[in-house]
Design a protein around this ligand. Structure first.
Ligand code: ADP
Ligand code: MG
Length: 278
């Protein structure tokens, strides 16, 4: 091969940032010559490799940006451990139609039943499908929104958040929001309404969301928008961790841990069908 042309090709591939194409070119041309591949087959292979590595890099970047606290995969979720959960419903959600349709998903249930696991698993599926995802803990997100509001940057912050096709707001209701926080949250929900999808997880029934916002009027306005296009998944049963501990004989029925879990569960059970606005 003409040395100048060789240099020129490598130089231009680098300029075009076709890094995989450039790095495998020499070896592949040698191999392809031995195999007698046609020029179009060689080009096809090299472009394909470039696309695959670009896709992997973009996926890795979007995963980093999403900020998942831990990696949880849908395929690792044991449905037989959670009989209250209809696998078909999760399968339908995992088709990600809700993201295309800018709808919401709410996972309700007591601690430890897998709400966050499912939310992260769905987030990872969404990233694989090419979506931009952001995971946020409800309290720390509200804190950031309030800070942005105090610094007159709320609009900018909301605009940034609306760039995500899927926002996961975890642990709604673990801590109540101040009035200013509830106001910021309402603006966030209004901005996303019918435009982008959101997954919420909460250990509080919808009837108790008024307590989270300390204001039934704003809670109604927020729930009204969230529930308009929404699939609610109620998960009942014992904490997975507790079940595991029991399996290894570490938590006996009747122990404090067991009783606490059952009490919590009963509370959610009694309210689980309730979706009336506060
Ligand atoms: P929640 O958000 O409902 O409080 P998590 O999703 O944090 O519960 O689950 C607690 C732990 O138990 C996590 O490590 C999670 O991966 C695991 N877990 C919960 N349910 C299941 C399940 N059905 N199959 C596998 N792991 C589960
Ligand atoms: Mg959780």
């Amino acid at each position: 091969m003409n040395g100048l042309v060789y240099e020129h090709v490598h130089h231009n591939l680098k300029l075009l940032k076709l890094t995989t194409f450039e790095s495998i070119l020499d070896n592949y041309l040698e191999l392809a010559a031995k195999e007698g591949q046609s020029t179009i087959e060689i080009i096809d292979y090299l472009i394909d490799q470039e696309l695959q590595s670009k896709d992997a890099r973009s996926q890795a970047l979007r995963t980093r940006i999403a900020g998942f606290p831990v990696e949880k995969r849908l395929e690792d979720f044991k449905f037989d451990c959670q009989p209250s959960l209809d696998q078909a419903v999760i399968k339908e959600i995992a088709s990600l139609r809700f993201i295309h349709n800018a709808e919401n998903i709410v996972f309700l249930g007591p601690p430890g039943v897998g709400k966050t696991h499912l939310a992260i698993g769905l987030g990872i599926e969404a990233i694989k499908a090419g979506f931009r995802v952001q995971f946020a803990n409800a309290s720390s997100m509200i804190e950031k929104l309030e800070k942005a509001d105090q610094e007159n940057r709320l609009e900018e912050k909301l605009r940034n958040l609306s760039r995500f096709h899927l926002l996961i707001i975890d642990e709604m209701g673990y801590l109540p929001f101040e009035e200013s926080g509830a106001h910021c949250f309402f603006q966030l929900i209004s901005k996303r309404y019918e435009k982008t999808a959101t997954i919420f997880t909460s250990n509080k029934s919808f009837g108790e969301w008024g307590d989270i916002f300390r204001d039934n009027v704003i809670a109604s306005a927020i729930l009204d928008r969230i529930l308009h296009h929404c699939t609610t998944v109620n998960i009942r049963g014992d904490s997975y961790r507790l079940k595991e501990r029991r399996r290894y004989g570490l938590a006996q029925p009747g122990s404090l841990e067991s009783i606490q879990s059952e009490k919590q569960n009963a509370k959610v059970l009694s309210r689980s069908e309730e979706i009336s606005l506060p």
